[in-house]
Design a binder for this molecule. Sequence first.
Ligand code: 48F
Length: 254
Amino acid sequence: MALNEVTISRAILAEQSRVLLDYMETDAAVVGGGPSGLTCAALLGERGIKCALIEKKLSVGGGMWGGGMMFPRIVVQEEARRLLDRFGITYREYGDGYYVARSVEAVAKIAAAACDAGVEFFNLTTVEDVMIRGDGKVSGLVINWTPVDMAGLHVDPLTIACRYTVDATGHDATVARMVERKSARLSVKGESFMWADRAESQILQHTREVYPGLVVAGMAANTVAGECRMGPIFGGMLLSGERAAELIAANIPR
Ligand code: 48F
């Protein structure tokens, strides 16, 4: 069969335009495709909640690909082992309640679960601002192509509307900081020192709706709360993503 380049190009444009138009309005938008964002999106999707995952980089996975100092292994504690099982991630018991998994497998399987659950991925897309109207709720995101941002081009963005936004942007808590810059009602305290035990034990309490319509998950939750960082232990990231999904699902009954 002869391949037709124009048909191939049309297929890509037609399909992605259809998806983009559909996701101009969505129930949930998860910003950041690291471990917490991927987990949150997968579990929202599994609950039948329409969810877009927006990732500024080419690939999802965030800080999980690199394991610890580029050794592609992640450590997960007993409390989060059930999530490894849930996503079918294999692991070896190390001892003392710690389990070691392959970082590539972990990213691939949580991302696959999100795909299977119907989550739409918008990669190479940067969230550059949020929409807050008269009701004082984060009700949408201002997005642009990441290469536009990288090249410093003067190109106006587009917007999508969403009932809930999850800031899963990691250590920088980028979305929360956007809100903080324009509203006195949110204060981002900033990340504190490395203290794995403390950081992991507090993250679920910090995973919450910090501003109407804005839930923080993963390291962003700790950064907003002024909490410690934890290094390459990932149980808290998975559990925080799960908690964020539960919080949103409770407010978007199916
Ligand atoms: O940093 P990241 O992996 O966040 P996380 O889910 O996990 C943190 C751990 O990886 C690790 C740790 C705990 O073990 O300390 O660092 O909290 O993933 C954040 C993702 O958000 C994307 C970014 O490219 C990364 O993939 N991101 C950041 N800002 C934006 C964004 C933005 N403005 N728009 C879209 N994506």
